[in-house]
Design a protein around this ligand. Structure first.
Ligand SMILES: [Zn+2]
Length: 182
């Protein structure tokens, strides 16, 4: 088998291209970001092949997205696993600067998973969700208005009619327990 007959050979070549060939269209995401290929692999396709094994439909995946192509930082992943991993290492634009989603979360002062959820929904990372509409009635159908509405210090709406029923139920239960204890 000639070296060019190995599908892994193309993977090895494109890995080196991404990291070392400045004219590569994706160089900025790899070599341009300081991603390298370890010496061990850089000079020998066969060493790369024996370290990582045959691909068998799996892709070459770096564990640390900022780390090098090396036996310690690479694994074989299925397409699904790699997509999962990429999801956590996505890049977004914040104030015209391209940063990792985790960094964007830090800059915007919001949780990383909030950013990822917005990206999944094709929303800008700093978009705010629409204000949730306030309910007009409680679960039992009493109106959240006028005398019946009580607003807790935390802003939660409470129904006075339901509160009265709950209190009566609680009293009933307590009286029953008092009877039992006599
Ligand atoms: Zn109610």
């Amino acid at each position: 088998m000639r070296v060019i007959d190995y599908p892994e050979y193309r993977v090895w070549r494109s890995m080196k291209d991404r990291c070392f060939r400045a004219k590569s269209s994706v160089f900025k995401y790899y070599g341009g970001r300081g991603i390298t290929v370890c010496d061990r692999w850089c000079h020998s396709f066969y060493t790369f092949l024996s370290d990582m094994g045959r691909a068998e439909g799996r892709t070459l995946d770096r564990i640390d997205n900022d780390g090098p192509y090396s036996p310690e930082n690479c694994r074989r992943a299925t397409r699904h696993e790699q997509a999962q991993n990429k999801r956590n290492n996505r890049y977004v634009d914040v104030d015209g600067r391209r940063v990792a989603a985790s960094e964007a979360a830090r800059l915007l002062g919001i949780a990383p998973w909030t950013i990822l959820r917005r990206l999944d929904a094709n929303l800008p990372p700093d978009s705010r969700p629409p204000q949730r509409l306030r309910k007009t009635h409680c679960k039992q159908g009493h109106p959240f208005s006028g005398e019946n509405l009580y607003i807790r210090p935390n802003g939660a709406q409470k129904c006075r009619a339901c509160a009265v029923v709950m209190k009566a139920r609680w009293k009933q239960k307590r009286d029953a327990q008092l009877v039992l204890s006599h």
